[in-house]
Design a protein. Structure first.
Length: 285
C-alpha cells in the first residue's frame, strides 16, 4: 500500500495548498474593493483639474510656467516605475517590468540619459539583478498609498525639471480599467501637456488671475497624476492577485479530483487482489 500512502500524502498536501490559496483569494477580494473605491474617488478630482487647466491654457501663459516648458530634445529624462512589494499576482509585475524595459530602450535609443526611480521590491529586485543604476528606491509604500506618498515621490523630480536638470518625467504603472484589464502603461507627466479643449468654452471669473491659479494648479496636477498611478497600480495588484489565487484554487481542486480517483482505483485494486488471495488460499485448503 506504499502507493496508496503516497497518494494520501499528496492529497493532504494539495488540500492544504488549496486552503491557503482560497484564503489569499478572499483577502485580495476584500482589499480590491477598497482599492477600487480609491481609484473611483481620485478620478473626478483629476478630471476637474484637467478641464480647468485646459480652459486656462494659452501659448502666452505657457511661456511663464516652467512645468509647461516643452524642450526641443530630451537630453535627460526621469523614469518612475511603480511595482508591488509582493508576488503571487501572476504576470502583473512582469508586465510592468517589460513595459519599463521597452521605454528605457526607446529613450536610450534616442540618446536620452536616464534617471531611474523604482517603487516596490519586485521592480527593485529585477533591475538590481540586471545591473541597472537606480537613483531612488522606495519599498515602504503600502497597498494603501496616500497623497503624501505621491508628493514625496514626484516633488524632487518636479524641482529637477524646473531647474532644467531633466527634460521629461515618465511614470510606468498599471492602468486600472477593470479587474481583468490592468495594462502596463507608460505616461509622460512632465512637461504638462494640457488636454485638448472640447465642447463650449467655459466663462470663468478669475481671481486673482489666471497666472496665480495656474501656478497652484500645475503642481497639483502633476502630484495627482502620480497619486493616481499609485492607487491604480495598487488596485491592479489586488485584482491580479485575486485572479491568480482563484486560478490556483481551481487547479488545486482539479488536481484533488484526479488524485482521489487514482487513490480509489489503487485501493480498489488492492482490495480485489486481497480477496483473490483469500479465495485462492481457501480453495487450496
Amino acid at each position: 500500500m506504499a502507493k496508496g500512502r503516497e497518494l494520501k500524502g499528496r492529497i493532504k498536501s494539495v488540500e492544504g495548498t488549496r486552503k491557503i490559496t482560497r484564503t489569499m483569494e478572499m483577502v485580495a477580494t476584500s482589499k480590491l474593493k477598497r482599492a477600487q473605491d480609491r481609484v473611483v474617488a481620485a478620478r473626478p478630482y483629476s478630471l476637474a483639474l484637467s478641464e480647468v487647466i485646459g480652459d486656462l491654457y494659452s501659448s502666452e501663459l505657457a511661456e511663464r510656467f516652467p512645468l509647461l516648458r516643452q524642450p526641443a530634445r530630451e537630453r535627460r529624462a526621469a523614469v518612475l516605475l511603480i511595482t508591488s512589494n509582493r508576488g503571487l499576482a501572476g504576470a502583473f509585475n512582469s508586465n510592468l517590468i517589460r513595459e519599463t524595459r521597452n521605454l528605457l530602450a526607446t529613450l536610450e535609443g534616442k540618446g536620452t540619459e536616464i534617471e531611474f526611480h523604482v517603487v516596490g521590491r519586485k521592480g527593485l529586485g529585477f533591475f538590481r539583478f540586471v545591473g541597472r543604476k537606480i537613483a531612488v528606491t522606495r519599498t515602504d509604500i503600502t497597498d494603501r498609498p496616500t497623497a503624501d506618498d505621491a508628493v514625496a515621490l514626484v516633488q524632487p523630480m518636479m524641482e529637477s525639471f524646473i531647474r532644467g536638470e531633466v527634460d521629461a518625467v515618465y511614470v510606468v504603472y498599471a492602468k486600472f480599467n477593470s479587474v481583468l484589464s490592468t495594462p502596463a502603461t507608460a505616461h509622460r507627466i512632465l512637461p504638462v501637456t494640457p488636454p485638448a479643449k472640447t465642447g463650449a468654452q467655459r466663462d470663468y471669473l478669475l481671481f486673482p488671475s489666471a497666472e496665480a491659479i495656474l501656478s497652484e494648479l500645475l503642481p497639483l496636477y502633476v502630484r495627482n497624476a502620480v497619486y493616481r498611478a499609485l492607487v491604480e497600480t495598487a488596485a491592479g495588484e489586488q485584482g491580479a492577485r485575486r485572479t491568480a489565487m482563484k486560478n490556483a484554487t481551481d487547479n488545486a481542486g482539479e488536481m484533488l479530483n484526479v488524485l482521489r480517483r487514482t487513490y480509489n482505483r489503487a485501493r480498489q485494486a488492492q482490495i480485489t487482489q486481497e480477496i483473490a488471495e483469500i479465495v485462492g488460499g481457501a480453495e487450496a485448503l
